[in-house]
Design a protein around this ligand. Structure first.
Ligand SMILES: Nc1ncnc2c1ncn2[C@@H]1O[C@H](COP(=O)(O)OP(=O)(O)OP(=O)(O)O)[C@@H](O)[C@H]1O
Ligand SMILES: [Mg+2]
Length: 393
């Protein structure tokens, strides 16, 4: 591979084009490719494996077309990094751009220093082959059994892997009583206790070959140990160590926690960035949820870390949304509709409801929840990264 990086510009604005050509000409290790407006030709130009490419695309016009093109480039042109430009930046646009696969954003009119900073960061990404995302650990918890934790954890994990295309780990902490393998119809060769026995040998290759991959998705499952004896030996400290090890390989770790406050569950909750506290709109469940919230407060959890999810929600429930929020003194983060038939037929077939019937209200709710969580994460990162640009809008 030569050291020079081939840059290709796509903009409909004459002045932006001229400015870009001028600024880029000052970069010694960049050579400009002949421009074209034909998208197929762009893909062909950026595809060779023996060169590095930089694609600079201006979304001030024909925004959707160019978002589609960025996605195509990120999927097909393995040696190409994209910098997106726009004269109308917003958090939503930046999220769309990042989701399509661009890693840097520069507002138009272009300020030389901002462009150079973006180019330098992008060039550095060629040196570090894989930029690791910060991993988000999400526990699905309730101190009440049978409330819908496993259904939520497994569907959320699958949806997150499908939306983000990033590696997602789904961990079953219900030792001996875990349901995830049944819900997803998996027969894993290895389980969590095997992983813990080998924790010092673990690297990315080991993880991706040991965890059970769900069909051809980027979801990997770590099952509960089938024997009491294996589970007995597992210490809370090991759980924390396991998460630390998984963090480098996975963008999301979803934990199906057990309905108890034992050491390993507390270790999982402590290590989580977000706890989805599942409840239903009836009095006994809400009382339990109140107790959980009190305990989380005593454990010193940030209020924002714990999110209320109302499962089996029905518009005509006697206890209304506002009542739930009043009792718990906390806003509802998400509501999952009641659909016993759709959920039961999915569980009985060992297929997530989003695959069995993606048009049901529950499947749509899981998908939107995954989208909401991943958007929020990108939003948090983007807002930090582009604070100056966005504040000047
Ligand atoms: N949104 C929903 N609508 C209707 N029924 C649901 C919904 N979510 C879950 N259920 C039902 O609730 C039952 C229990 O769900 P699930 O096994 O996910 O709960 P859990 O909290 O993981 O239970 P456990 O504490 O035993 O692990 C399921 O068998 C399913 O029938
Ligand atoms: Mg369960």
């Amino acid at each position: 591979m030569t050291n020079k990086i081939s840059a290709l510009i796509l903009t409909d604005e004459f002045s932006t084009n001229e400015v870009l050509k001028l600024f880029l000409s000052e970069f010694e290790n960049l050579e400009l490719l002949e421009q074209t407006t034909d998208y197929n030709e762009i893909i062909n130009k950026l595809s060779p494996n023996d060169k590095k490419f930089l694609f600079i695309v201006d979304l001030s016009t024909r925004k959707q077309d160019k978002l589609d093109l960025i996605l195509q480039v990120s999927q097909q042109c393995k040696n190409c990094k994209t910098i997106a430009l726009s004269d109308n930046p917003s958090v939503d646009l930046i999220i769309q751009i990042m989701r399509a696969g661009a890693r840097e954003f520069v507002p138009v009119p272009i300020i030389k220093n901002e462009l150079y900073e973006a180019i330098n960061k992008t060039i550095n990404q060629f040196e570090v082959p894989k930029v690791k995302n910060k991993c988000k650990i999400i526990s699905v918890f309730s101190n009440k059994g049978g409330i819908g934790k496993t259904t939520l954890a497994s569907n959320l994990a699958l949806e997150l892997s499908q939306i983000t295309k990033e590696n997602v780990a789904l961990i079953d902490l219900n030792f001996q009583m875990g349901d995830i393998t049944t819900f997803l119809d998996l027969k894993p060769s290895f389980n969590i206790s095997y992983m813990l026995e080998n924790i010092d040998k673990i690297n990315e290759t080991f993880l991706l070959s040991t965890l059970e991959k769900y069909k051809n998705s980027s979801l990997y499952v770590l099952a509960d140990p089938p024997y009491f004896k294996q589970a007995d030996n597992i210490q809370p400290k090991q759980i924390s160590k396991l998460f630390n090890t998984l963090k480098d390989t996975f963008s999301y770790i979803i934990i199906d926690a057990e309905a108890s406050f034992d050491g390993k569950n507390i270790a999982a909750l402590d290590n989580s960035d977000m706890v989805l506290l599942v409840t239903v709109a009836n009095l006994p469940a809400l009382r339990n949820t109140q107790r959980c919230l009190e305990l989380f407060e005593r454990l010193g959890y940030d209020k924002d870390k714990v999110k209320i999810v109302v499962n089996r929600y029905m518009e005509n429930d006697e206890i209304k949304e506002q009542d739930v929020e009043k009792v718990l003194s906390k806003p509802i983060f998400w509501k999952i509709p009641n659909n016993y038939f759709a959920i039961m037929s999915a569980i009985n077939k060992g297929v997530p409801v989003s695959i069995l019937n993606s048009s049901t209200n529950v499947a749509i709710s899981y998908k939107n929840l995954a989208q909401h969580i991943s958007d929020n994460l990108i939003r948090e990162n983007m807002v930090k990264k582009f604070e100056n640009i966005l504040n000047n809008q």
